[in-house]
Write a protein that binds this ligand. Structure first.
Ligand code: HEC
Length: 100
């Protein structure tokens, strides 16, 4: 019985570590670290992403991708990511404050 409880606990731990929420708090999703190269805070010509919510970032990226919002470079960058990738990046940036 004791072995059974341990086995169940181990299975739950593995399942949880692969859930999207747990994963997004640890490893950055593909593409997310590329954002801070420009939105890094040191170059004042780039708009800061600090303090922006995930939905702000996701909405801006979607507007750039569809052409609803004019851009010099973000339209091309935004087109590189699908809806779920954009959401994952936006959530990661908002939670980790990586892009300042
Ligand atoms: C090559 C430099 C560069 C990279 C890399 C880059 N950005 Fe941008 N970003 C810009 C510039 C410049 C603007 C202003 C709009 C424009 O001219 O394209 C901008 C604007 C934005 C805005 C709107 C900010 C505001 O104040 O409204 C968001 C959100 C954004 N970028 C998110 C991202 C995300 C997410 C990534 C990574 C996937 C990223 N950017 C990568 C240069 C960059």
């Amino acid at each position: 019985m004791r072995d059974c409880v341990i086995a169940v606990a181990a299975t739950l731990a593995i399942t949880c570590s692969f859930s999207a929420a747990a994963w997004s708090q640890t490893a950055p999703p593909a593409g997310a670290t590329a954002c801070s190269g420009c939105h890094g805070g040191r170059d004042s010509a780039m708009p800061s992403l600090q303090g922006k919510s995930a939905s702000d970032i996701e909405a801006a990226m979607t507007a750039y991708r569809t052409g609803a919002r004019e851009a010099t470079v973000m339209d091309r960058i935004a087109k590189g990511f699908g809806d779920s990738e954009t959401r994952a990046i936006a959530e990661w940036l908002a939670q980790n404050g990586a892009a300042r």
